[in-house]
Structures are given as structure tokens and as C-alpha cells.
Write a new protein. Structure first.
Lengths: 140, 140
DNA sequence: GCCAGAGTACTCGGATAATCCATGTCCGAGTGCGTACGG
DNA sequence: CCGTACGCACTCGGACATGGATTATCCGAGTACTCTGGC
């Protein structure tokens, strides 16, 4: 898409859960913090749940809570969880066999994209959720 | 968005133009190479034209051609031309003043995003269009 | 034969309709608490 | 008083409408080639 804000919302949600500590929060409460719809929260937390970062529980006193220490959650893993295809997508159109460029561009682009995304991940990997939370709490 | 393939298509188009050299090509011919609609080509090349990478000319024997040496076109500039907002977007929802995280997350995320995108750009900056074309032609 | 001129064919660029994905709404399945009853 | 069983309220998860953005179609503006007519 243009560009997606799913990653930003995901980090926001995780930060909120980390801030609350062991209490946990419902999707409605988290949605109020992000000013969005609860279903968006549930979708993103569903992805993060499958990745093992949060645990969602139904029932009367249900809700979500972190399933891992904030210092053990690195932002590159969060991005991978909510954007499994990466941020630089290949065009999936059929290759035109007449055109040399059309035939050979994809492996080349794939290599370039892989290196670029590695750089992105390496940068994000240096920041943990605990670090984000610390900065937020100090700034506020 | 999810992830966008505009950057991939843009590099594909520039590679095709570079491969053709000074001949140039029409949007229809380029669209055949990418297997998409000519209007998509025209839109992307319109952006690249404003950035100074290609020149589009109307008229009977019109078309597009590169306006710069392939060795002078770095992929980070191409990405900036077709994705001016970057790949990691902030969520533009109103901040919930009750929530500490909601109030303080945006500057922190902005800093993290800026560093990550810098890393991405630095990686892409190391690759020029000439390099891409060389690999494509050697592989083919 | 050469030149001038209008005509024409083909291109890009933007405005307008159709399609696709993401968001928002709804409903079902599941769980824990609260209460009422019996021992 | 304590334990148990039932009922209920509240939650997540997925399936179904709706909205916005991207994509595809169409039309206008512009340019270079071409053909015709005149010199």
C-alpha cells in the first residue's frame, strides 16, 4: 500500500500491554488507546498471539496480556509477525518471455530486496519493547 | 497497505528503459513487459519523471527514455520517488489523552522508524540501476 | 524535383467508472464469576 | 458454614456488509510523420 500502519499500531498495542504489566487489557480498552476499532486490535493481536508475544483469553475476565518479557521482544520480530511478506513486495505478474528484463529481473530484485530488508530488520532488532516503553514513560 | 509492489515495478521499468538504451519505449510496450496496464506504467513514470529520472514525450514517435545515466540512478532515490511517505507509516489516529502510551508513543516510534528507514535507504543506496541491469543481462 | 502546408496517426496526461482490499458491524463459541441451593 | 451446580455476563474468533484506494477505461492536448498541392 502504499504504506501500512499495522506495524505502528502493533508496537503501540504491545507498549500499552507492557505498560499495564500483568493486568492485561481487553480489545475494547486497547482500541480506545489507539482510537480505532476493537476488531483491528483483535486482528493484530491474533497475529501477535500466533507469534507467541501475547496471550488472548476469552471469558468473562478475559483479555490480552504479554506472554514474554518486554526485554525479550525485539521490534524486528514484531514487524515479521504483522507483515509476514516484508515491506518490499515483488510484483507477481507473469513474466513476459519475450522481454529479457522481464525474465531476469525477479531474482535480481529479490536479492536487492533481501539485503535491504535485512538492513531494516537489523536496525529494528536493536530496539526492544522494553526500550520503547522506557522512552515513552520518561518522555511522558 | 500491506505491502506495495510499486517499487518493484518502478525498478523493472527503469531496467527495461536502461536495457533499451537511447531508443526509448512507449507505455504500452513497457506494460507488456511488466504484464500490467499502460496506465500503471504512465503513473509510475510520471512520478519518476518529476524526480528527473525519465523523460516522457507525447506525439507520434513519443515514449519514455532515461534522462540520466543508469550508473547515476540509485535505488533509494527510486524508492523515495514512488513511495514518498516511506515504508513504515505512523498511525494518524487521534491521541487518547487518558492513556500515557497513546500520548507518548508517536515521537518514540518516529525516531525508531527514522533509523530503520535510514538503514533501508543506505542499503538501497549501494545499488545503482546500472548494477541491476548488469546482473539481469548476465543472468539472462 | 523541392518546398510548404494541412491532415493524420500515434503518444502522453488527466478525469471518470469499476474492482479489490481493508475496515467496520454482527453473531457464535467459550470461559470465568456470581448466585442460589443443598448438605 | 461450606461445597456444588447452574445461570449469566463478558470475552475472543470468525463470517458477512461497507468504504476508500488502487486499478482499468475513456477522452482531450500535443507532436512528428506523411501525403498532397504548388512552385
Amino acid at each position: 500500500m502504499p504504506t501500512s500502519s499495522r506495524f505502528a499500531v502493533a508496537v503501540h498495542l504491545l507498549s500499552a500491554l507492557a505498560h499495564l504489566g500483568g493486568e492485561g487489557a481487553t480489545s475494547a480498552a486497547l482500541a480506545a488507546s489507539v482510537n480505532t476499532n476493537p476488531v483491528v486490535v483483535r486482528r493484530l493481536l491474533g497475529l501477535l498471539s500466533r507469534a507467541g508475544f501475547v496471550a488472548g483469553r476469552g471469558g468473562r475476565s478475559g483479555g490480552y496480556e504479554l506472554a514474554r518479557e518486554p526485554s525479550k521482544i525485539r521490534l524486528d520480530a514484531v514487524l515479521a509477525a504483522v507483515e509476514p511478506d516484508g515491506v518490499l513486495a515483488m510484483h507477481e505478474n507473469a513474466t513476459n518471455r519475450v522481454c529479457l528484463v522481464s525474465c531476469g529481473i525477479k531474482p535480481v530484485l529479490g536479492h536487492v530486496f533481501a539485503k535491504a530488508e535485512d538492513a531494516l530488520r537489523s536496525s529494528l532488532r536493536r530496539t526492544t519493547l522494553a526500550e520503547v516503553l522506557r522512552r515513552v514513560e520518561n518522555a511522558g
